[in-house]
Design a protein around this ligand. Structure first.
Ligand code: ATP
Length: 336
């Protein structure tokens, strides 16, 4: 089975071909990089409009060159696309591209929840049965655990996503987007600077920390120290809540998802917490952590195999598509 995936919820115009027999995933991505400031929805959509056809065309060329000789045409069984959550203007372009491609190839369409895809790529690559997932991405931050046919949100941010919070701080410093990798680099030379730590039960908040971090820099605290304090504080919060989610669910498997998961310090803290409680930890390689169409194609393949396809008139996108709205059809009655 071969599935084409298309992703474009915010910054990454991406297409992929997943071959379920060989487990090979080929990804072609073109990032939107704002000249200044953060992600501007209209500019991001303009980027999608020009970049999606290009990345899809590259993946279709690859599909043509690797199609089996006894197969039909491109040897593609379905087209999967990110239905949400994400920026509406970007999602609409991706949805239109996916519908057009599915119709052109005369194959079914699969509508994928982007946050469930961040989780499922970790579950797929790790081979874990039923992990808790920490999704630490740009626009989101939450813990997911499976129960009774759905991924339940065990804890989540009460305000911004974790990456967006970091990016707002770096915008204040005049640094270009994305800010996360720059904070990671500068934190290596810094001493811990104390910032507010905000965890309430299973939920957490970043907005007060970000204001305190901006104030600290304005008050003359060295920027390296603020970056070190920022990473230690927000990653300790995420680690605490991830541990509580493992404890609550009785699970001993944790996977990481989302672009902030590329941060070495976050991975180190989660790995250390898991080691101390005898749990297994898995972080996918960076190409599967940041937004990418590979994870859409991989989950698309599982959904397609389960018969979970969508008719074109029912395939509208949803900018606020929450992971717990998705009926998990592909785990075959697994009740854990
Ligand atoms: P979502 O998946 O919720 O739609 P998104 O579309 O913003 O989020 P992602 O690729 O998951 O995309 O995450 C992008 C975020 O990851 C940005 O906010 C960026 O600053 C952050 N990021 C990237 N690399 C690092 C890093 N090394 N350390 C911390 N943050 C990072």
């Amino acid at each position: 089975m071969r599935i084409v995936g298309i992703e474009g919820t915010a910054w990454a115009a991406s297409a992929a071909l997943y071959d379920a027999e060989t487990d090979d995933v080929v990804i072609e991505s073109d990032p939107y990089e704002p000249d200044s400031g953060g992600i501007h929805p209209r500019e991001a959509a303009e980027h999608m409009g020009s970049a999606i056809p290009e990345v899809v065309s590259t993946i279709l060329d690859h599909a043509a060159s690797t199609a089996s000789e006894d197969g039909d045409g491109l040897d593609v069984d379905a087209v999967a696309f990110s239905r949400g959550p994400g920026l509406g203007p970007c999602l609409r372009i991706v949805g239109t591209a996916a519908r057009a491609l599915a119709q052109t190839l005369s194959v079914p369409l699969v509508g994928v929840n982007h946050m469930v895809a961040h989780l499922e790529i970790g579950r797929h690559r790790s081979g874990f049965e039923s992990p808790v997932c920490l999704n630490a991405s740009g626009a989101n931050a939450h813990l997911l655990g499976y129960h009774d046919g759905r991924y339940r949100i065990l804890g989540e941010t009460m305000d911004t996503g974790v990456g967006n919070a970091i990016d707002k701080f770096t915008r204040h410093l005049g640094w270009s987007h994305p800010g996360g990798p720059k904070v990671e680099r500068r934190a290596k030379d810094g001493e811990y600077h104390d910032l507010p730590y905000v965890v309430k039960g299973m939920d957490f908040s970043f907005s007060g920390i970000m204001s305190a971090a901006k104030d600290a820099v304005d008050d003359g605290v060295p920027v390296e120290d603020v970056c070190a304090g920022l990473q230690e504080t927000i990653f300790a919060m995420l680690t605490e809540v991830a541990e509580r989610a493992l404890s609550l669910t009785g699970t001993d498997e944790l996977v990481l998802g989302g672009g902030v998961g590329q941060n070495e310090r976050l991975r180190e803290m989660l790995a250390s917490m898991c080691e101390q409680r005898g749990a297994d930890f898995y972080a996918p390689e960076p190409r599967f952590l940041r937004d990418n169409a590979g994870m859409i194609a991989v989950l698309g393949a599982k959904m397609y195999a389960a018969g979970d396809t969508v008719e074109i008139p029912d395939s509208s996108v949803d900018p606020n598509f929450r992971p717990d709205e998705v009926a998990v059809t592909w785990r075959g009655g697994d009740e854990s």
